[in-house]
Design a protein around this ligand. Structure first.
Ligand code: ATP
Ligand code: ZN
Length: 293
């Protein structure tokens, strides 16, 4: 670790680590291979990584040990409720590590929100759960568990659980079903609320611009199509998230044009079918490698 380089905390190994590294790679940052170490160094950018447990990332960022971090909103949210003065700021939502924090009930139960009143709920997210219950006007007892929360109902520790769900398979395997959503979560890029020294701030801005570009390009597509003049207005309306497409006359085909546009939202097959329906032909959808807005 070196004080003249920006410090970023990412998960060492787990569900967020590959994509956190992948994001940095897409932002053009080369990370020196490391085996089992707590830190890693970027070779072409003034950045050091701290490789830690995801639960420790908010602490590192709050205390300013790391100016940046990549962490799930679930972990960040739980931390922030316990330390609201920490002032960690979300810089970008990263579109991976998606999961939801959900209340789950036994599969056979005919669930109603009022069932939660006076019940015991097991969770690893006591503060998020408590806040959600308060927002619903429900009072219930919270049993905090570090892991294996889904076993609690079977063990008779609690009637309900509040746990992370992505596919719901784990719940099902334990005879549970999701009944309420407490939080929708994804990985976020966060920065410390502490002051950042000017040298690091410049590197931070540069990194943020690149990461924004990576996020933009991952969703954006470049679309090229041909269309008669009469279809141009309709096509302009259908193209998702494109402002001002380029329209060029086709040589030798009176009244026909080539349309080119950067679409900043996902382009689905349905979109292509709609474009075709409006009169577009020869539609090409291409990935965009880099973008700086
Ligand atoms: P660590 O050893 O770093 O503490 P962990 O076991 O707590 O790891 P992981 O299971 O790797 O954590 O999950 C890290 C993050 O990935 C979660 O906090 C959450 O934001 C996200 N995530 C995405 N999908 C899921 C899921 N199905 N279950 C749990 N977490 C998920
Ligand atoms: Zn963890």
């Amino acid at each position: 670790m070196s004080i003249d380089r920006l410090q970023m905390a990412i998960q060492k190994s787990g569900r967020l680590s590959d994509q956190s590294r992948g994001l940095l790679k897409s932002a053009g940052i080369k990370i020196q291979a490391n085996k089992g170490q707590l830190t890693a160094r970027a070779t072409n950018f003034p950045l050091d990584l701290m490789l830690v447990r995801d639960d420790d990332i908010p602490t590192f960022v709050a205390d300013g040990v790391c100016e940046l971090g990549i962490v799930g909103e679930n972990v960040l949210g739980e931390y922030a409720l316990g330390r609201p003065e920490a002032g960690i700021e979300i810089l970008a939502r990263l579109g991976f590590g998606r999961c939801s924090l959900k209340i789950a009930a036994p599969q056979e139960e005919e669930f109603d929100l009022s069932n939660l009143e006076g019940s015991r709920i097991a969770t690893s997210y006591p503060l998020l759960t408590k806040k959600w219950l308060a927002d619903q006007g429900i009072s219930a007892e919270i049993v905090t568990m570090r892991g294996a929360v889904e076993l609690a109902p079977r063990l008779g520790i609690a009637s309900y659980i509040c746990d992370l769900v992505s596919t719901g398979q784990t719940l099902e395997a334990n005879g549970l079903k999701p009944v309420q959503t407490v939080l929708e979560s994804e990985a976020v890029l966060v920065r410390t609320g502490r002051e950042i020294v000017p040298d690091h701030a410049a590197a931070l801005d540069q990194l943020k611009t690149r990461i924004d570009g990576v996020i933009q390009t991952s969703e954006s597509k470049y679309i090229v199509l041909n269309a008669p003049e009469s279809a141009l207005d309709d096509i302009g309306r259908i193209l998702p998230g494109a402002d001002a497409p380029t329209v060029i006359p086709l040589a030798g085909r009176q009244g026909h044009f080539a349309v080119q546009a950067v679409c900043q939202e996902s382009v689905f097959w349905e979109t292509l079918e709609e474009l075709k329906g409006a009169g577009a032909r020869d539609i090409l959808v291409m990935p965009i490698e880099k973008m700086m807005l």
